[in-house]
Write a new protein. Sequence first.
Length: 242
Amino acid sequence: MTPEEWPDLPPGYTLKLCVADAFSTACQAASEGAEDGFMLMVDRPSRCEAALVLRPLDPIQPALTLAYVGLLGLHDGLAAVAPAETPVAVGWPDRLLVNAACVGGIRIAHGPLVEKEGMSDVPEWLVLGITVQMVSERDDDAPGTELDYTNLHEEGCRDVTVPQLVESFGRHMLHWLDRWQEQGFEPVRRAFLHDLDDKALKIDANGDASSETAAGGKSFYPLRDRLRQPSWQLPESVKALQ
């Protein structure tokens, strides 16, 4: 990829290419002092993979609601470059869906919890990673080849390129990040519920989720626990069939 083909990102981002594993590389860079807005992107046309370093000023629980900001940015970013009427949705808490099948999603990691402005549990850094499968790949460890998993090429988005998607994500991510910073989580929560595939799921003001059980009770799903491992990665049972 030549510099002319790089995504044209808004001010505030600093983009650098890497050969593989943008997420782990960004986490390492964050731990070594990379600034807010530093983004890594893998130069690979078959899969969109990028990671963004953020420097939160909020305690860990509200800071983790940036997962919703990132997934909304990815959802809106894909919707903006995909053919009109492409059915794009989100799955709680980290999946990106097209035609009700997973094409990828977001993931989050954070650094040590430190004291900032009198608060003792603020993450020193936070990395938001995105992954979207553009075409099918054999022996892939991301969305692939069963009914629950798909890729953009198979869903009619074959003209969408990795630089296009990263650029669109960057712009929509910035829009939602500004709203999150200025208005809090509530407008993000409402927009996420609008795009959510499971309309029975409730999202609380702290980012956790819940749903009613058949017996009339409630099941609770802590956001922090659910973000520890990406739910969109291709299951081992499916990988074994490839």
